[in-house]
Structure formats: structure tokens, C-alpha cells
Design a protein around this ligand. Structure first.
Ligand code: SAM
Length: 272
């Protein structure tokens, strides 16, 4: 049983490498909610079923099959032509293919993942989909290999719950976003009141359940990282008291005034 953060991350990497290899070889893989990773195997709660028929029609079969998410961040991120989007934990590339099509040739979609096998699968799927404006990066979401203020939108699908350092992830999202940039993430989120032990009793860490933040923890983490207009909306229950959720927030344009009331100077109070 994994204990330290490094061991947990290695277990996550190993399980998702296995899952990517299984898709490449045509056998069934494991992922969020999959029986080989945790007890729940309901295909309506995780994976390609969460995309509508039109979106599935835009995807190569292998990319749809490789979907291991718990939502559809491209449906909530409201992407526009010319934008730069970053997908944290891009897996087999499903959300990158859809995003790259939305932002068009004047935009760019970055997919970041730590698992070589997933990156190989994503590159293959993007090529098959004819996508030219996607770049896949190897790295961890706790230390994003992109410069500050370089991205308009950050998306992610069922990955932040897998991180052993959520505060670092939220800080990195804030760093790479341009002022006014936005987050549209799908993730597993626990109801407030479920203790970490309660969450662990409902599913495994690699199966995207045990490591989930609660709604308040997510909101507080985003607030601490410098976000505004924060919302965490449950969409479907994936385990008792645990939900697929849409997490949205905007990076403040002016960190100096974040959360502070605007004080008008008193009449005559000038300087000099
Ligand atoms: C549950 S899968 C989701 C994949 C994809 N977003 C989707 O919807 O199909 C999790 C993915 O995140 C990657 N991942 C997990 N933890 C990560 C981390 N700390 N840094 C980078 N990638 C990570 C895994 O390699 C895997 O590809």
C-alpha cells in the first residue's frame, strides 16, 4: 500500500501507463471509476459517455475509448477562436482534440501529462484526428513547464483529485493564466462533512475517489490561489456523497485589490 506522496504519484503513473497500453493493445484499461482501479465500474459516471454524440463524432475511436474523465470540461470552458488552452493531465488526448478544434489554427492547445504511455497515445490520437495546433508536454501539474501568464484557459478532467499537492496545482494554474484568464475543470468532489477517511472508504486513490477535495476545500484553495467568481457545481454522484463536478473560476485581474474593499480617499486627504 502506497504511503508517501512520491509512492502515491508513482502508483498513479504506473496505473495510467497500464491503462494507455491497454487502449493501444485493444484490451480494457483501468482509470477513474474503473473496476480494476476501484470498486465502481459504471460507464455512465466516467469516460466517453459524458460527451454528446456530436463531440464523439469529432473523435477517433481510440481517443473516445481512452477517455477516463469524470465530466466534459470543453463543454463548460466556452473556448473561443485564437485562445491558448492548457489541459492538465491530458491522458489519451480527448479534451485536447476537442479544444484544438474550438480554438482553431490561430489558437493552441497544450496537453500536459506525466505518463509517457499516455503522451504517446495522445499524440497518436491527435494525429489521427488531423489536429495540428496541439503540443503535448511531459511534466507534472504541480510544476507546469510553461511561462507565467501564457495561457487563456486551463481545463482538466479528473486529474486534480490525483495530485498529492493540490495547493501547488492551484498556485500553478494561477501562475500560468493571464490576468482575467479562466479555469473550467471537471473533477471528483466530496460533499462537505465527508472526512478524508470517509472518502478513502468509498474508493481508491488511483480510482479518483480517495484523493478528492471537498466542495469547501476546493473553493478555499481557489480563493487562496487568487481566483474570483468561484463555483463548484455537482453534476452526478459517483459514490455515496461524492460527485462529478464542474469547477469554474477566474484569475483576478488585479491581485493588489483582490478581496479588499475599495476605499475612497476622504475629501481633502491628499498627499504633499
Ligand atoms: C484519470 S486520467 C484522465 C485523463 C484525461 N484527462 C481524460 O479525461 O481522459 C488521469 C491522467 O492524469 C495524469 N496524471 C495524474 N497525476 C498527474 C500529475 N501529478 N501530473 C501530470 N499528470 C498526471 C495521468 O497520467 C493520466 O493520464
Amino acid at each position: 500500500m502506497a504511503t508517501s506522496a512520491d509512492e502515491l504519484r508513482e502508483e498513479v503513473r504506473r496505473r495510467y501507463a497500464e491503462s494507455a497500453r491497454a487502449v493501444i493493445e485493444g484490451s480494457s484499461g483501468c482509470g477513474c471509476g474503473s473496476a480494476s482501479c476501484c470498486d465502481d465500474d459504471d460507464a455512465t459516471k466516467f469516460g466517453e459517455a459524458l460527451y454528446d454524440a456530436k463531440q464523439r463524432g469529432e473523435l477517433p475511436d481510440a481517443a473516445a475509448l481512452a477517455s477516463l474523465g469524470c465530466g466534459n470540461p470543453t463543454a463548460v470552458a466556452d473556448l473561443a477562436e485564437g485562445e491558448i488552452v492548457l489541459d492538465l493531465g491530458s491522458g489519451g488526448g480527448i479534451d485536447i482534440i476537442l479544444s484544438a478544434k474550438r480554438v482553431g489554427q490561430t489558437g493552441l492547445a497544450y496537453g500536459l501529462d506525466m505518463t509517457d504511455e499516455m503522451l504517446a497515445l495522445a499524440r497518436r490520437n491527435a494525429e489521427e484526428a488531423g489536429v495540428k495546433n496541439a503540443i503535448f508536454l511531459k511534466g507534472v501539474i504541480e510544476k507546469v513547464p510553461l511561462p507565467a501568464e501564457s495561457v487563456d484557459v486551463v481545463i482538466s478532467n479528473c486529474v486534480i483529485n490525483l495530485s498529492t499537492d493540490k495547493a501547488a496545482v492551484l498556485t500553478e494554474i494561477a501562475r500560468v493564466l493571464k490576468p482575467g484568464g479562466r479555469v473550467g475543470v471537471s473533477d471528483v468532489v466530496a460533499e462537505d462533512g465527508l472526512t478524508p477517511e470517509d472518502r478513502a472508504a468509498r474508493g481508491s486513490y488511483v480510482g479518483c475517489i480517495a484523493g478528492a477535495l471537498s466542495k469547501s476545500e476546493y473553493e478555499q484553495g481557489l480563493d487562496a490561489a487568487g481566483f474570483e467568481q468561484i463555483s463548484v457545481t455537482f453534476t452526478h454522484e459517483v459514490a455515496d456523497g461524492m460527485h462529478g463536478a464542474i469547477v469554474k473560476a477566474t484569475k483576478t485581474r488585479d491581485p493588489a485589490t483582490r478581496g479588499l474593499p475599495v476605499v475612497q480617499p476622504a475629501e481633502g486627504a491628499g498627499c504633499c
